[in-house]
Write a new protein. Structure first.
Length: 585
């Protein structure tokens, strides 16, 4: 594709995206009509001024003329205000629609998308890029249309008044465009770089502030300050470049205007002296000159903003076109109380490295299956496949006789309770966190919630807090300890009442006292449920109905603890080193 075709495609993409937001046509129409009407009125005023100057005596000014002029000015101001408001309304509605589409899209994009895209860049799409589109519509669109009308109308009127003087004046117009257009292109490049740098800086801030405890515990403040300072300096440099171009555009327009004024007044004065031009016509010429020169700067700003909006649109469209999870197809899953068959499953990430290779096993309903093995062996990836965050490269996962892909994503995940090592919480109250993700139509009674908290051994510490269940947990639950977060996660899973339970190293990061309490809570949670657990500690493994030893993406051993301890040398070594057991069977 050559550059011209690429630009044309970009323009089409931009206008197609705006059209998809379904902006109010009548509001846009009224706004542009009022803007155009205001411009037409401004074109008439110089002619009125000409007549006023040419026949200027106190007796010639009638009260009616003054009233008409006053009404014209007031009507022009009101029409301009209404036009600006309507365009702002349209612009804000377009941005709201774009942000709504983006937000809805971001929530249904697969986990793999977030593996490959930085959070700060994604946030920038939602905030900065949509803001650029809004700015184009609310601040520059009407100026573009009214500028065209002002220039065409002014030139037509001037040709009618005095074509010779008009041609002398128009010599400067190509000169002005010759100066302003390169500056406009330069401004586009700077603005695009500024957008990219803003997204990058947003990413750094998001990364550092979301992990501020890691930063402080690692004494990394100086390093992160330098990272942020680099972004700030880059933004400063782009801002200076933008300021330099703007500093050239304004004075150049003023320079062109002053030169034209001198030419018009000098040449016009000569023509007035010879009687070829009246004094009123000279005043009208000067007024029309302003209406021709001023829109030139607005055109430069419009095309610069348009290019920025097209660049922003490309990134928005890239996000909107990203492949999303299929939430629509499949049938409703009524019961998951069936065996889960993992058959010859292989998986590799986009990098190409094979994580799982021909993995096969069966998870019996109501039983506990533990997956153990060295770090990086594919344990968490197996969980991700069962959660349907990813699809296997080959092989299949079945519930009974049916592929798990045959069920709707929402109904499949509703049967799964997931308790991870981090047990993430959202900013909000303990009550909101325990109820998080539950069907909005389902009423959760106080007794039901308190029973779930009691079974998770969370009720005691919650009731000791000053605000009880209304206690704010802070961002990502930072106001609670690891054991407390785990118990809230378990209470959430209990309230969800899943048939399949997945525990991802749920006690590995806790102290022995917290582990004991959480283990008791997990025992309550696991009763009667199909359970798959990643474990690093003996307490979770020794009582499992089945243990799978996963090594470099392959299952190299399976059985109960005693059996594997006797027959699998690597498991025995793993048990001694990782599970902290010595010759215990």
């Amino acid at each position: 594709m050559n550059p011209a075709e690429g630009t044309k495609a970009n323009w089409r993409s931009f206008f197609h995206l705006i059209k998809e937001t379904k902006p109010s046509k009548w509001k846009v129409g009224i706004a542009l009509f009022l803007s155009i009407a205001t411009t037409l009125v401004s074109l008439v005023i110089p002619l009125f001024t000409k007549d006023l100057v040419d026949s200027f005596t106190l007796s010639s000014i009638s009260p009616g003329q003054i009233v008409i002029l006053a009404i014209a000015f007031v009507a022009q101001a009101i029409a301009g205000g209404v036009s600006i408001y309507l365009l702002n309304h349209v612009g804000q509605s377009i941005v709201a629609s774009l942000r709504d589409r983006l937000w809805k899209k971001l929530l249904v994009l697969p986990v793999s998308y977030y593996d490959n895209h930085r959070t700060g860049d994604t946030i920038s799409r939602m905030t900065n890029d949509t803001g650029v589109v809004k700015s184009l519509i609310t601040e520059h669109l009407s100026n573009f249309f009214t500028g065209i009308i002002a220039i065409v109308g002014s030139i037509a009127t001037l040709l009618y008044l005095d074509w010779q003087m008009t041609l002398v004046m128009l010599i400067a117009v190509p000169f002005a465009f010759f100066i302003l257009m390169p500056l406009g292109r330069q401004m586009y490049k700077i603005s695009k770089g500024l957008q990219d740098e803003t997204a990058s800086f947003t990413t750094v801030m998001n990364q550092v502030l979301s992990e501020v405890r890691l930063v402080k515990s690692s004494n990394a403040e100086p390093h992160e300050y330098q990272s942020g300072k680099k972004g700030i300096d880059n933004l400063f440099r782009y801002g200076l470049k933008e300021g330099r171009v703007q500093a050239m555009i304004g004075p150049l327009i003023s320079f062109v205007l002053m030169v034209l004024l001198v030419v018009v007044m000098g040449y016009g004065g000569m023509r007035v002296a010879t009687g070829a031009l009246t004094a009123g016509e000279l005043v009208a010429f000067i007024l029309y000159l302003v209406q021709i020169v001023m829109p030139m700067g607005q055109f430069t700003q419009f095309f610069t903003q348009l290019q920025k909006a097209i660049g922003a649109t490309e990134r928005i469209i890239e996000t909107l076109d990203a492949k999303e999870e299929d939430h629509a197809s499949g049938r409703e899953l009524k019961s998951a109380n069936l065996p889960i068959y993992v058959e010859n499953v292989s998986f590799a990430y986009d990098s190409g490295e094979t994580i799982l290779e021909n993995v096969s096993f069966t998870i019996a309903p109501g039983k506990v299956t533990a997956i153990v093995g060295p770090s990086g062996s594919g344990k968490t990836t197996m969980f991700s496949l069962l959660e349907r965050y990813y699809q296997p490269v080959s092989g299949s996962i079945r519930l009974g006789e049916e592929q798990i892909q045959d069920f709707t994503l929402a109904s499949w995940r509703s049967k799964i309770g997931y308790v991870s090592q981090e047990s993430p919480l959202i900013a909000g109250t303990i009550w909101e966190n325990i109820c998080y993700g539950l069907d909005r139509d389902r009423e959760i009674s106080d007794d039901e919630l308190r029973q779930a908290a009691a079974m998770a051994y969370a009720d005691q510490f919650i009731e000791e807090l000053p605000d009880g269940y209304e206690t704010q947990v802070g961002e990502r639950g930072v106001k609670l300890s690891g054991g407390q977060r785990q118990r809230i996660g378990i209470a959430r899973a209990l309230l969800r009442d899943p048939q399949i339970l997945m525990l991802d190293e749920a006690t590995s990061s806790l102290d022995s006292k917290s582990e004991l309490v959480v283990q008791q809570a997990l025992t309550n949670l696991m009763k009667g449920r199909t359970t798959l657990v990643i474990a690093h500690r003996l307490s979770t493994v020794v009582d499992a109905d089945q243990i799978l030893f996963l090594e470099k993406g392959k299952i190299t051993g399976r059985g109960r603890h005693a059996e594997l301890y006797e027959t699998h040398a690597l498991y025995r070594e793993f048990a001694a080193q990782q599970l902290r057991v010595k010759e215990r069977v």
